[in-house]
Design a protein around this ligand. Sequence first.
Ligand code: AMP
Ligand code: MG
Length: 416
Amino acid sequence: LAKLLSVQQAQARILDLLTPIGIERVTIEAAAGRILAEDIIAPQDMPFFDNSSMDGFAVRAADVLHATPDAPVSLKIVADIPAGRPSSIALRPGQAARIMTGAPLPDGADAVVPVEDTEFEPASTERLTATHVSVYTAVSPGSSIRPRGQDVTAGQTLLRVGRHIQPQDLGMLASIGKMDVAIFQRPKIGIFSSGDELVQPGQPLGVGQIYNSNSIMLAAMLEAEGAQVIHLGTARDDSRQITMLLDSAVRQQVDLIVTSAGVSVGAFDFVREVIEAHGRLNFWRVNLRPGKPLAFGVYDGIPVIGLPGNPVSAFVGCRLFVLPAVYKLAGRKQALPRRERAILTEAVESDGRESYLRAIVKQPPEVGDQLTARLTGHQGSGNLYSLIEANALLIVPSGVKSLPSGSEVEIWFLDD
Ligand code: AMP
Ligand code: MG
């Protein structure tokens, strides 16, 4: 019996065979949630000019050095500078300019006194008629000023290739005047389930039949990572039907095919055989629990990951092998789930395979105490309820058959 591939070896074999798909340019309006395919470099300093961070009066700090509420300093108002309308004036000693947030600082000024610390008559918010302003506080040079380049300097890398573009990134792109960006195309993934027993929800269930729960679960996992899912349908346990669906995926030029079920050693498991007949099977078993029967190959030039049929095996297999494949195709840097360490509050048994068990991880009330973990219940690979109850997967390393209560284990949170 050939030695089983480790999870890591199997992941590497899949990733080795995949290359990132193409790049497209889109307007920034269409870039939200997509993956950046170019580094974004600041074309200029930001802010681009020294400006006020407050509504108030631009002053020379030296003029108001001794200002206090009891002994305000009176300055002559020589300009009124709203945002967007720079003034060509240069402040001389004893002078001030009313200035609004974001307005360019006039020459000669080196600080802004917030309007709350001043008084002028009549205090109109719009048309300024006052000739003098009383300043009630001293300010140090630079106070309430956003100097040019405070945020970003010209030439600085702002966003890197592989970045998942967030709303604040779009704000940054717009603020440097960019109209379009290069992004990776969305991987196109064809999926189908196979099995004579499968029925779609909504249809009556015959004796011995079950509803197809894998297709919708897998599609949602892929779509959440930005993939474009093509539902190829359901194949009966029949080589011809499986071939038909794989051929349809090839015609639709998907980047990856994901199937569920029919890859084990059952008498009606035809997926492996069909892949072998039209391409090459790379591996079909992994040292993994749940999910040992997991196949990978290339069908007519398109990579195929054959997930096991049992729903929890399909979930774990998708998390471990398909999502990394989506990341690679999409040009994103690999991201594992949020990992922590936790203390087992019960003994855990496994069979020596690298195991991803459904667990409930709790944060104890005392800050600084370690997380605790226990299993959610029956770990049968067909039992979806113990998966929906779980908030984490607890990892038992390969070669370990039992862990006593109190052991420290690695866990992956499911809800990130
Ligand atoms: P198989 O890999 O074909 O031996 O299937 C293993 C187990 O998973 C069997 O109990 C199947 O009934 C079940 N199964 C297969 N496909 C699905 C599916 N799409 N949804 C839910 N259960 C499935
Ligand atoms: Mg089957």
